[in-house]
Design a binder for this molecule. Structure first.
Ligand code: SF4
Ligand code: SF4
Length: 421
């Protein structure tokens, strides 16, 4: 058991393993406002890593419709309920959202999955969790596009002659992969020490030779991103497409490349990178790394369920149309500020948002070159001005990867050929 600093929680925390921090950490930002649930990411992962016998039910990358969908079903509701059982009514935050990178969301005063386990079963030293049932793994996209209307009214509107109700229901798409957590629950729970975090990029892997299939990792991962393979009797999980991160993809020219699920994203909602780490697990200041900017400067991207305590390295720009209480439970206290900033972006944020999915190479630094004013409006009493700035992305070797403008250019093709459609 060690005491570690968890900057998502703004405090120290007990962790049932030794903490070891990588030099750089695999991390990503998903903009929920842009996801269209086309599942291209899901299939890109499936066709790369989990197409073999025994992996039929495995979806290392998945996109679920919230609030009712989930893979495995009810994963977040179940772990939230367990945490509440251990620490009833006290899973609260205090303090204020601030510019302090060591405490950006105030302080979490409740119990994490590492602390709550000992409250439920005092003799245990490991992690609070549960094993999903086979049935819960059966339906990877249950409740897709389903906001669930009033019970008993489905298909009956035409019979009763009632008017359709005002649109008060809501849903959104939550794309998920393993978060390659800084304090992984899966790693801490493994009695075989078969799970490890790579020192060069923080990617969390299961050593297939050491694993004996006890499924302690499946039980302990609060995000349920380790999966058991019945025919080999060992556990498997997302490998963050590490050959691509290492620059081994033949198309990368030796430069670090984003994972398959990121590169395939049709909605252009994914941006992945490698962030520099301090010796205590916090992010080293790197002002012009786009991930550092989105998480620590613009503060539009927030961790998924930070209260679990694993310090996940996946960050989300929350959806604007969803009740705030629900979002605060999912992304912590930074939600209101994040949505406000995203809805009324400043000049730099608007330029950085253009960096998503213009290239498959990992962006290590960006620069913004100012352009002319192209649009001005007032929305809900707030003035919004748009400039046609240019965002320039640089790779690991310091060379420019691409440049793109805020206003999408229009190309008019010469009318050389008759339109055959
Ligand atoms: S998301 Fe789960 S599987 Fe991935 S590193 Fe964290 S605890 Fe482990
Ligand atoms: S490919 Fe992109 S837009 Fe499509 S479901 Fe996946 S995350 Fe959403």
């Amino acid at each position: 058991m060690s005491t570690v600093y968890n900057w998502h929680l703004g405090r120290k925390m007990k962790y049932p393993y030794q903490a070891a921090y990588p030099k750089r950490q695999f991390a990503f930002v998903f903009n929920i406002n842009r996801c269209i649930a086309c599942q291209t990411c899901t299939m890109a992962c499936k066709s790369t890593w989990t197409f073999s016998k025994g992996q039929e039910h495995m979806w290392w990358a998945n996109v679920e419709t919230k609030p009712y969908g989930g893979y495995p079903q009810f994963w977040d509701m179940k772990i939230l309920r367990l945490l509440d059982k251990a620490n009833q009514g006290k899973q609260d935050w205090s303090g204020r959202v601030s510019d302090d990178p060591k405490r950006p969301y105030g302080q979490f005063d409740g119990k994490t999955i590492f602390e709550a386990e000992r409250m439920l079963t005092p003799s245990s030293t490991r992690v609070l969790g549960y094993l999903p049932t086979d049935e819960e793994w059966n339906f990877p996209n249950i409740y897709e596009d389903n906001p669930v209307g009033p019970p008993g009214k489905r298909f009956q509107y035409h019979k009763t002659g009632v008017k359709l109700p005002e649109h008060k229901t809501w849903f959104f798409y939550l794309a998920r992969i393993c978060n390659h957590c800084t304090y992984p629950g899966c790693l801490a729970a493994c009695p075989r020490k078969a799970i490890y975090k790579r020192p060069e990029d923080g990617i969390v892997l299961v050593d297939q030779k050491r694993c004996r299939g006890y499924r302690k990792c499946v039980e302990a991962c609060p995000y349920k991103k380790v999966m058991y393979r019945g025919n080999t009797r060992i556990s498997e999980k997302c490998v963050a497409c590490y050959p691509r991160i290492e620059g081994k993809d033949p198309e990368s020219g030796g430069q670090p490349m984003e994972t398959r699920c990121m590169a395939a994203c049709i909605g252009q909602m994914r941006l992945q990178g490698l962030v520099k780490m301090n010796g205590d697990g916090t992010w080293a200041e790197d002002r012009y790394n786009p991930l550092y900017y989105l998480v620590h400067v613009a503060k539009v991207a927030l961790p998924l369920y930070p209260q679990f305590g694993t310090e996940p390295n996946g960050y989300y720009i929350p959806p604007r149309w969803v009740p705030r209480e629900y979002l605060r439970q999912m992304f912590g206290p930074g939600v209101d500020e994040a949505i406000e900033r995203y809805a009324y972006p400043d000049r730099e944020l608007l330029a950085v948002l253009q960096l998503f999915r213009r290239s498959h190479l990992i962006i290590f630094r960006y620069e913004v070159k100012e352009g002319p004013k192209i649009y001005e409006t007032t929305h809900r009493g707030r003035k919004l001005t748009v400039y046609n700035d240019t965002a320039i992305a640089y790779g690991q070797n310091g060379k420019e990867i691409f440049r793109t403008t805020v206003e999408e250019p229009i190309y008019v093709r010469p009318a050389k050929h008759a339109n055959t459609i």
